[in-house]
Design a protein around this ligand. Structure first.
Ligand code: HEM
Length: 328
């Protein structure tokens, strides 16, 4: 006998992440990695800095409840997102590049590739396209159903941080002192605002004096770029070669030419200094350690259920109750 049963079913909207692995999309969306690389290349042609800006998103996403694309969610009336958190507001940028990647992927393979994975692939591409190492990324992350501005405020470090603070912070994420120094080498590309350094130019630790570890001629340059009382949205390169991913950042630190306090402190503090010296002398040791650190950072997961968002800025619409005919 055939009877029609009305079933109220909450469709499977969330999934728990399976273990991350390389080539996760090789069957479901074989062109995924190429699509990401192509859009990143185009973004770089439009604006060189944009790839550095996208790469930074991995750090700010992964440290806050794991790599789950939570950073990419716009605020809603019921949720304060992470975009306006202390370290992110007026600072993180190039979200539109992620949107562009997502759009291209949705055209090719609708509903398959998560925004969290896009951030990880795009960050790798940013480094490779800037002359740094290329590596295979593990994939299969799911996107969060929410975001936490509060968690971001608590976790993301200020540019004033010193090495001891950063060592402790990174340890909480299973990242070693070596990982910290290597990952800070991401500042080999990109720019920062005067806002992030005026305290060290004019009032380091409330002394009313500049940070004594800044090399004098570099300080003169920074003073010109960021005069007292000037426009703090002006930007300067994080190292002497801000569009090339290389070990110049570490060479700069050894000379007292680090841009951020959090950068220079890696050379000032003995626990981190040896790594800075080593990476300044050996670019391939830096590249190897950087890749290892990025993979470890990419492994951070919240373990919470998630979904593959259709639009990285908003959680998918809940289908609610669906009316389904079942034949018996
Ligand atoms: C170790 C602790 C870190 C601190 C304290 C820190 C802090 C900062 C600050 C203050 C800026 C400039 C923001 C502004 O002035 O608007 C910046 C830029 C940047 N950070 Fe970090 N960062 C850290 C680690 C990392 C890591 C682990 C990555 C990536 C793996 C990263 C990638 C970047 C990039 C690429 C930029 C330049 C972005 C652009 O040009 O738009 N940072 N960081």
């Amino acid at each position: 006998m055939s009877s029609t049963i009305l079933l109220f079913l909450s469709l499977a909207v969330s999934a728990v992440a399976s273990p991350l692995r390389p080539k996760f999309y090789s069957e479901s969306c074989p062109q995924a990695e190429q699509i990401v690389r192509d859009v990143m290349k185009k973004a770089m042609e439009r604006e060189t800095r944009s790839v550095a800006s996208v790469m930074r998103l991995q750090f700010h996403d992964c440290f806050v409840n794991g790599c789950d694309g939570s950073l990419l969610l716009d605020d809603t009336p019921n949720m304060l997102g992470e975009k306006l958190a202390l370290s992110n507001i007026d600072s993180l940028r190039s979200y539109e590049v992620v949107d562009e990647i997502k759009e291209a992927l949705e055209k090719a393979c609708p509903g398959v590739v998560s925004c969290a994975d896009i951030v990880v692939m795009a960050s790798r591409d940013a480094v490779a396209l800037s002359g740094g190492p290329n590596w295979e990324v593990k994939l299969g992350r799911v996107d969060s159903l929410t975001a936490s501005q509060e968690a971001s405020n608590k976790i993301m470090p200020s540019p004033r941080s010193n090495a001891t603070y950063l060592i402790d912070l990174f340890k909480r994420f299973n990242l070693s002192v070596k990982d910290l120094v290597a990952l800070s080498g991401s500042h080999s590309i990109g720019k920062a605002r005067c806002f992030s350094i005026v305290f060290r130019l004019y009032n380091q630790s409330g002394t009313g004096r500049p940070d004594p570890t800044i090399e004098p001629s570099f300080r003169e340059k920074l003073d010109k770029l960021c005069p007292r009382g000037g426009d703090e949205s002006v930007v300067g390169g994080l190292d002497a070669t801000p569009v090339i991913f290389d070990n110049q950042y570490f060479k700069d630190l050894v000379k007292g030419r680090g841009f951020l306090n959090s950068d220079q402190t890696l050379f000032t503090f003995p626990e981190t200094r040896e790594y800075v010296k080593m990476f300044s002398l050996n670019q391939s040791a830096f590249f190897d350690a950087f890749v290892e650190g990025m993979i470890k950072m990419g492994d951070l997961q919240s373990g919470r259920p998630g979904e593959v968002r259709r639009n990285c800025r908003v959680v998918n619409k809940r289908p609610g109750e669906a009316l389904i005919d079942v034949d018996r």
